[in-house]
Design a protein around this ligand. Structure first.
Ligand SMILES: CC(=O)SCCNC(=O)CCNC(=O)[C@H](O)C(C)(C)COP(=O)(O)OP(=O)(O)OC[C@H]1O[C@@H](n2cnc3c(N)ncnc32)[C@H](O)[C@@H]1OP(=O)(O)O
Ligand SMILES: O=C([O-])CC(=O)C(=O)O
Length: 372
């Protein structure tokens, strides 16, 4: 029995949601390039859950369902106010709030297909409200209630800032949500599938997934990228900084990927957005610095920039707090997690691999009075 460290290259399930073939990414057959340029986030949510793009009527319906379900129970808001928010990372707050939501909502443990779809709508709608409410509360402000006539990205910006977004902000957030929505069997999605394959409930699967996304080797990398750019400070420091990190065998956040070799097809869209938004806000140095780092790492380590690399300067130039970058990833990836959870329920088998044992051989039990 040999072990494959990190399960690299292991085909662990069949899925009809997302493909990565020869470094090309598609959601249900539609390339990420087409979707990034032409689809809204709500269209992508519909696509991931139904495996077809919505017609206008279906799109209107899912938009309305999401807007209608955005409010969260007072108990969840009260909970966000109940601890020292200055000491809690928003991903920890989100993980706990989603778990708490599972206690207050109806049907949490009802496993019927239609009930699970209703739960999917509620979770997708409410994740945005929780992230923005936490952000407002820690600024000493009241959460802003969602508006039923706004789209998903519009409501996110409205609830975050207490004002409706400018068209360029709405477009940027909507596109970022489209780009992060799903990614095959990434660590957090796999976590969600492992959890619900025990026939546990949707809230448990999503809570587990948020925990996995939080780590800096996965979704948490986008916040770390911005921390790195700030530490570098000025463009001329970028390459010496990177050289030193590499010499110390430290990771360059936002670089490398388990699956992509030539490049992450989402990165170029975020790069373009970063170029435009940093220019518009007079913060081009973050973009220029990122381009230099990407080039150096590609040439010297053969590693491509991943989705987290340019999203950092995109969100920064939109004035978003750096520790909200990963929660925004979660707001988007909620759609993919839910698609995979529903797919897992539809064709379930317990996920239970084996471990190659490397400990001591069988031995005599040692009574307490004979132990060192
Ligand atoms: C949304 C997402 O989750 S995208 C990924 C977000 N994560 C990051 O950006 C964190 C930085 N990147 C990494 O840590 C890795 O590239 C991962 C976790 C994404 C992929 O990891 P793996 O597939 O396990 O790659 P692995 O660790 O085997 O790397 C292969 C080699 O490249 C090196 N390497 C990989 N990524 C990096 C990096 N970002 N900086 C420096 N070296 C790196 C490794 O040290 C290793 O070198 P070695 O062969 O000399 O030991
Ligand atoms: O697929 C992965 O391993 C990580 C990733 O890029 C994602 O989750 O978007």
């Amino acid at each position: 029995m040999t072990a494959t460290k990190g399960l690299e290259g292991i085909i662990a399930t069949e899925s009809s949601i997302c493909s990565i073939i020869d470094d090309k990414l598609a959601y249900v057959g539609y390339t990420i390039d087409d979707l990034a340029e032409n689809a809204t986030f709500e269209e992508v949510v519909y696509l991931l859950w139904n495996r077809e793009l919505p017609n206008q009527e279906q799109l209107d319906e899912i938009r309305q369902e999401l807007a209608n379900e955005m409010e969260v129970p007072d108990a969840v808001i009260d909970h966000l106010r109940s601890y020292d928010v200055s000491k809690v990372h928003p991903m920890a707050a989100l993980r706990t709030a989603i778990s708490l939501l599972g206690v207050y909502v109806e049907e949490a443990d009802v496993m019927e297909k239609e009930a699970n779809r209703r739960k999917a709508i509620r979770l997708q709608a409410k994740v945005s409200t929780i992230v923005t409410a936490f952000s407002r509360i820690r600024q000493g402000k009241d959460p802003v209630k969602p508006k039923k006539d706004l789209g998903f990205a519009e409501n996110f910006i409205y609830m975050l800032n207490g004002r409706e977004g400018e068209p360029i902000e709405i477009e940027a957030i909507d596109k970022a949500l489209v780009l992060h929505a799903d990614h095959e069997l990434n660590a957090s999605t796999f976590t969600a599938r492992v959890c619900v394959a025990t026939l546990s409930d949707v809230y448990s699967g999503i809570t587990a997934a948020i925990g996995a996304l939080k780590g800096p080797l996965h979704g948490g990398a986008n916040e770390q990228v911005m921390a790195m750019l700030l530490e570098i400070g000025e463009e001329e420091n970028a390459i010496p900084y990177i050289k030193e990190k590499l010499a110390n065998k430290e990771l360059i956040m936002g670089m490398g990927h388990r699956v992509y070799r030539s490049g992450d097809p989402r990165a170029k869209h975020l790069q373009k957005m970063s170029e435009e938004l940093t220019k518009l806000t007079g913060q081009e140095k973050w973009y220029k610095m990122s381009v230099e780092i990407e080039k150096y790492i590609k040439e010297n380590k053969g590693l491509p920039a991943n989705v987290d690399f340019y999203s950092a300067s995109v969100y920064h130039s939109l004035g978003i707090d750096h520790d909200l970058f990963t929660p925004i990833f979660a707001v988007s990836r909620m759609s993919g997690w839910l698609a995979h959870i529903l797919e897992q329920y539809d064709n379930n088998r317990l996920i239970r691999p084996r471990a190659k044992y490397t400990g001591p051989n069988l031995r005599e039990f040692v009574p307490m009075n004979e132990r060192n």
